[in-house]
Design a protein around this ligand. Structure first.
Ligand SMILES: *Cc1c(COP(=O)(O)O)cnc(C)c1O
Length: 437
């Protein structure tokens, strides 16, 4: 922590500071206003209303480029579920990334964005007949199979030479929340390496004349902090490649690279990852005398999370017996992550400073668990009409939004070089009514 960051908490300075590492690149303070992508947050709220999800295009593109630069010979695949939006998919394609989707719906967005089939992978522990047919129709180059049922079903549906990968559960504990730890044994994703199911899946795919096995895949979880977790996954997957008995051309180590959500948390060590995972893979493949496969990785959160900021308007302030509740015009419908896995956020009041006090920021929904941020510091005189900004809302916010209480989902507004442009519009009552018969 720098001296400048310490000063406000000691009450020695009134100069506002921005928490390092959480906000989109280039975000700055203009007096007490927040400027994101060259656009004032106060003006964004006035023009587009609240809640509003702001997305800094330059930050998204810069992070996509950083992954490509760190691993120039790997295929970098954007995890499309983290921010499903055709315009964002176009930015990724522009930056040379491929795309993974996990349903016919996400594939429809990819098609709308003009992403060609040979740059798309299809994932999912359940793929319905419709998902598989849509993928075959669009010529999705790689389908990552996740069960024996799916291998049989896809084998019957596919034309000759459909490329597939096999999702493996390598038994690596990535030390993350149980709800997002997808690499440990005894869970719904993938074929277990330890039980021999993964090897059996290889045999089953090879038996299907319409399928061509091109690779193995694993995804050990999300918000993974330690490079060592990926090294362990690479080591185990190399062992599996050696015991397959068939040539494995591609190894996909999935996504999960962490993003900082709170002051003091660090970004993922991308450089360390690139060096150490490459090294491990080369070493293990030499040891087992198998050719080194082409590496794929699938970042989602690490590319888009810190590019997003959500703006809310304070609607009411209420004193509880032990806490002050600050209620805003959004909540678990635009951000269910605190309720789903206890996710924590920083919150900032835009437009005013003042002596801070701890408050609990809550949403508008009919659940006591609709808490956006428990115990954050806001100016003590926070009141209805104030504007709040919550950083690190680019990943799994738009994606996880619902219209609980028939609250329309917020827009996503892209900002870049002082220009704001909606890329997802606000959901209206008309949108809601359209589905009711
Ligand atoms: C969700 C997911 C990802 C992306 O995870 P992040 O934590 O957003 O990086 C990558 N691959 C697969 C298979 C996934 O399910």
């Amino acid at each position: 922590m720098t001296l400048a960051e310490l000063l406000p908490s000691t009450g020695c300075s009134t100069a506002p500071v921005l928490e390092a590492g959480l906000w989109p690149d280039g975000t700055r303070l203009d007096g007490q206003d927040l400027v994101i992508g060259g656009v004032s947050a106060a003006q964004l709220a006035a023009r587009f209303g609240t809640p509003c999800q702001v997305l800094d295009e330059s930050t998204v593109r810069a992070r996509a480029r950083a992954f490509r630069a760190a691993l120039p010979d790997a295929e970098v695949v954007f995890a499309g579920k983290s921010l499903p939006c055709p315009e964002v998919y176009r930015w990724m394609a522009d930056e040379g990334l491929s795309l993974d989707v996990s349903s016919a719906g996400e594939l429809a967005l990819a098609k709308a964005a003009g992403v060609p089939g040979d740059r798309i992978l299809l994932h999912g522990n359940v793929k319905t007949g419709e998902d598989l047919k849509a993928a075959l129709e669009h010529g999705v180059s790689r389908i990552v199979v996740d069960s024996f049922d799916e291998i049989a079903q896809l084998g019957a549906l596919a034309r000759h030479g459909q490329e597939v990968m096999i999702r493996v559960t390598p038994g690596v504990d990535a030390h993350t929340h149980a709800a997002i730890a997808t690499g440990v044994e005894d869970q719904k994703f993938g074929f277990s390496l330890a039980s021999g199911a993964a090897l059996e899946a290889v045999l089953r795919v090879v038996e299907q004349p319409s399928l061509r096995l091109v690779g193995l895949h694993c995804h050990i979880g999300s918000q993974v902090r330690h490079v060592a977790s990926y090294e362990e996954a690479a080591r185990r997957m190399a062992g599996l490649i050696a015991s397959c008995g068939v040539r494995i051309e591609q190894l996909d180590l999935g996504g999960g690279f962490c993003a900082p959500y709170l002051p003091g948390e660090s970004s993922f060590d991308l450089f360390g990852f690139a060096q150490r995972v490459r090294g491990t893979l080369n070493y293990e493949c030499a040891l087992h005398r198998v050719p080194v496969p082409r590496l794929l990785i699938e970042p989602g959160r690490a590319i888009v999370a810190n590019a997003g900021v959500t703006l809310y308007r304070v609607c009411a302030v209420k004193e509880g017996t032990t806490r002050t509740f600050v209620a805003v015009d959004g909540g678990m419908s635009d951000n269910p992550r605190p309720a789903l896995y206890g996710a924590k956020y920083a919150v900032r009041l835009v437009g005013r400073g003042g002596r801070p006090k701890p408050v609990t920021v809550v949403g508008r929904h009919c659940e006591a668990g609709d808490v956006l941020a428990d115990t954050v510091l806001l100016p003590a005189d926070v009141h209805a009409g104030d504007l709040l900004a919550v950083p690190v809302t680019g990943a799994y916010h738009h994606a996880l939004a619902s219209n609980y209480n028939q609250v329309g989902r917020p827009p996503v507004v892209a900002v870049r070089d002082g220009v704001a442009r909606p890329i997802v519009r606000r959901e209206t009552e008309e949108d809601l009514l359209r589905r009711y018969l």
